[in-house]
Design a protein around this ligand. Structure first.
Ligand SMILES: *Cc1c(COP(=O)(O)O)cnc(C)c1O
Length: 358
């Protein structure tokens, strides 16, 4: 049975991407591989027009968390100090990464359902001597889209460089590449870009490239090393060749279909249709839809219904939804409408929701 994935990555693939992933065997020391690598870098760099020419996509192996770890470990210097904003699992993961790499850091912790308290952030930055701030753009824990442009302004006023987890927003939401404080955005192949798992990337400001931490804290996650090899048509380790074959096609499809704004509009339509149907069935959003991303929405579990039974019932219809994390698992569930979801899939999904919740 083919399932439509409504979890926040990996996503349902287009036929073109699925085929591209296994279309050919490629040695990563041959010119054909470097042509592919160059093409993917070029495509990713052109997605956000504002990102050229000061920005460079740096590809590496691993999941979204690898991109986060490479970003934090490669860019916050040993004498640096990091402020992390937390309002969900992924913000807390940034703190954990800083701790693992021995980076001096403080966190501004919020409740997982809360938006950022920018007054608190401003106070911390005013008093703090932070060299860097790390934060999550789309906090996938709840579907909240955090106000990163406002945060970038606060960082600029305090001379702090901003590192963003854009793992579940890059390719479908606006990103403040023009904000001087923003120096890096971590992203992955298999979320809004509609590729397969294996490759991830950090969009890196050229000026940050010369400041990567030396000696590095990690060999396989050293952004400077990946970037240096990439710039001279090389690769330090066996790269995720098949993931790049798929990503090449996925980025081409994204650009051909009109780019990230068109993808955002598509996601918004899908999310609104699901929200409308669920509303008619008495299922309410868990956080304000106006504060939610286009990518994923969280919904309160209806009284008397447990997540496992809802998940199983929808899976029988061919749809995979996603549980809440931690304490939220008893309160809410999540529906992501990323991926290659057709109008026909949507119509079937709305019918399935009516069947399961009606
Ligand atoms: C999915 C996700 C991650 C982690 O990505 P993995 O591929 O699971 O390592 C990090 N941050 C955010 C915001 C995500 O949505």
């Amino acid at each position: 049975m083919r399932y439509i994935l409504l979890n926040p990555g990996p996503v349902s693939l287009s036929e073109g991407v699925r085929r591209a992933a296994v279309a050919t065997d490629l040695c990563h020391r041959e010119p054909e591989y470097f042509d592919l690598q160059d093409r993917v870098v070029q495509g990713l760099g052109s997605l956000y027009a504002t990102s050229a020419p000061d920005w460079r996509p740096v590809l590496l192996s691993g999941s979204g968390t690898s991109a986060l770890e490479a970003m934090v470990a490669s860019l916050v210097p040993r004498e640096g100090r990091l402020l992390v904003l937390e309002n969900g699992v992924y913000g807390e993961r940034l703190s954990r990464l800083a701790g693992i790499h021995g980076i001096e850091h403080d966190a501004i912790a919020h409740d997982w359902v809360a938006g950022w308290d920018l007054e608190r952030v401003k106070e911390a930055l005013d008093g703090g001597g932070y060299s860097h701030v790390a934060a999550v753009h789309h906090e996938t824990t709840t579907g909240r889209l955090n106000p990163v442009a406002d945060l970038a302004s606060l960082c600029a006023a305090n001379g702090a460089a901003l590192l963003l987890d854009a793992v579940s927003s890059f390719g479908a939401e606006a990103l403040p590449f023009d904000a001087p404080a923003l120096v890096a955005c971590a992203a992955t192949a298999n979320k809004c870009l509609h590729g397969i798992p294996g490759a991830c990337l950090v969009m890196l400001r050229e000026s940050a490239l010369k400041d990567t931490v030396e000696p590095p804290r990690s060999l396989t996650l050293d952004l400077g090393l990946w970037a240096e090899h990439q710039s001279r048509r090389s690769t330090p380790f066996t790269p995720p060749v098949n993931s790049l074959l798929a990503l090449d096609r996925a980025v081409e499809e994204l650009l051909e279909s009109g780019g990230w704004r068109v993808r955002r509009a598509r996601y918004q339509r899908l999310a609104a249709a699901v929200a409308r149907t669920l509303d008619e069935l008495g299922v309410q959003p868990y956080i304000d839809p106006a504060e939610s991303s286009c990518v994923l929405r969280s919904y309160s579990l209806p009284r008397g219904r447990d997540y496992a039974s809802i998940h199983q019932a929808l899976k029988r219809h061919g749809f995979v939804v996603y549980a809440g994390q931690g304490d939220l698992s008893a309160k809410m569930f999540r529906v992501s409408t990323m991926g290659d979801i057709s109008d026909y899939d949507l119509a079937r999904l709305l019918a399935a929701l009516s069947d399961v919740f009606g």
